[in-house]
Design a protein around this ligand. Structure first.
Ligand code: AMP
Ligand code: TRP
Length: 342
């Protein structure tokens, strides 16, 4: 996939396609928020870009993990990504820990990152700060910066919650370039607005999340049609029976409109017109059917990969090998610029 080009020719685009890198954590069952907020953007952008997608298991161990479960989650995520349409002919998919350059790059970048800027990260402020918080969790954005910078990434498609982490990757890249000469590409975050946040079905002021105690709050990608219908039928709405997008006053209906909009690729304004004379019951039934239709081909492919996990392992191993020249090149360039080794 990549050719070995010595610095500084590396900065000349090798095709006019933008290099895109993104990562996702293997954290268990995936829901439609993960799919519509993250995965779908990767899939839909595949033809237009030169893509590298990474299952970031080193990020996952920043919080305690059961080793067996972590392995199973990595396999599940790989299957979901492939079943969702990540095509190994168009994109490279690999597991972060299978490329040691990520940890090495992370260490070097640690030494170009300030405690103060990491302390300001919203996600750390929310999740960290306890006695048993790991140093890894604090350092998480630096490892992420390493992931991005290793591949001369130009664009990083992420959910709104990760924007601050891409911004710190930019700051670290600029600082490194200023201190040791231009060695890394400064990446841009790409945040897709619609679909960016899928909310809980039972409390639409909160993000849909698999850590929610109430399983009616999320739709898992492996949920069957009956479960999906039942969950949407129970989705929280309001009492004025008008299907209009108004996030502040009608968070439930707005969330359902948003879900239907992203899964059918139809603007919300058109959906509002279409459902101007419908009641909530009919609308919820239709949203459920759209989601069922969207998930049908994904679930069919998942069932195939379930029977052939070796095929998945081979795709991941090939991916790790394909990105190796680029990762090694960048790391070598950075080490040399920093003055490491002889
Ligand atoms: P997580 O496993 O929560 O780290 O999420 C994996 C990916 O899915 C990240 O890129 C998140 O931004 C995205 N994501 C998670 N939950 C949602 C949600 N409710 N709406 C939109 N995107 C989400
Ligand atoms: N931190 C991201 C998340 O939790 C995952 C991630 C790790 C990532 N490395 C990345 C995303 C590099 C984009 C680019 O969602």
């Amino acid at each position: 996939m990549f050719t070995n080009v010595p610095f500084p020719a590396i900065f000349v685009a090798m095709s006019n396609k933008k290099r895109v890198f993104s990562g996702i954590q293997p954290s268990g069952d995936l829901h439609i928020g993960n799919y519509l907020g993250a995965i779908v953007n990767w899939v839909r952008g595949q033809d237009a870009h030169d893509n590298i997608f990474c299952i970031v298991d080193l990020h996952a161990i920043t919080v305690p993990q059961d080793p067996k479960k972590l392995k199973a989650n990595t396999m599940e995520l790989a299957k979901v990504l492939l079943a969702s349409g990540i095509d190994p002919k168009k994109s490279t998919l690999f597991v972060q820990s299978e490329r040691p350059e990520h940890s090495e790059m992370g260490w070097i970048l640690n030494c170009f990152t300030h405690m103060g800027e990491l302390s300001r990260m919203t996600q750390f402020k929310e999740k960290g700060g306890k006695k048993e918080t790991t140093v890894g969790l604090f350092d998480y954005p630096v490892l992420m910066a390493g992931d991005i910078l290793l591949y001369d990434t130009e664009e990083v498609p992420v959910g709104e919650d990760q924007k601050q982490h891409v911004e710190i990757a930019r700051d670290i890249a600029q600082r490194l370039n200023k201190r040791v000469g231009k060695v890394v590409v400064v990446p841009e975050p790409v945040i897709k607005k619609e679909g960016a946040r899928i909310m809980s079905l039972t409390d639409p002021t909160k993000k849909m999340s698999k850590s929610d105690q109430n399983e009616n709050s999320y739709i898992l990608l492996r949920d069957d049609a009956e479960t999906i219908r039942k969950k949407f039928a129970r989705a929280v709405t309001d009492s004025d029976n008008k299907i209009k997008f108004d996030k502040a006053k009608k968070p439930g209906i707005s969330n359902l409109l948003n879900i239907m909009s992203v899964c059918t690729e139809t603007p919300i304004i058109e959906l509002e017109k279409k459902y101007a004379d419908s009641n909530y019951g009919q609308f919820k039934t239709d949203v459920a059917e759209c989601v069922i239709e969207m998930l049908k081909p994904i679930q069919a492919k998942l069932a195939e990969y379930d029977k052939n996990e070796d095929k998945v392992r081979k795709i991941l191993a090939d991916g790790a090998e394909a990105v190796a020249p680029r990762a090694k090149d960048t790391l070598q360039r950075v080490k040399k610029a920093v003055g490491l080794g002889l």
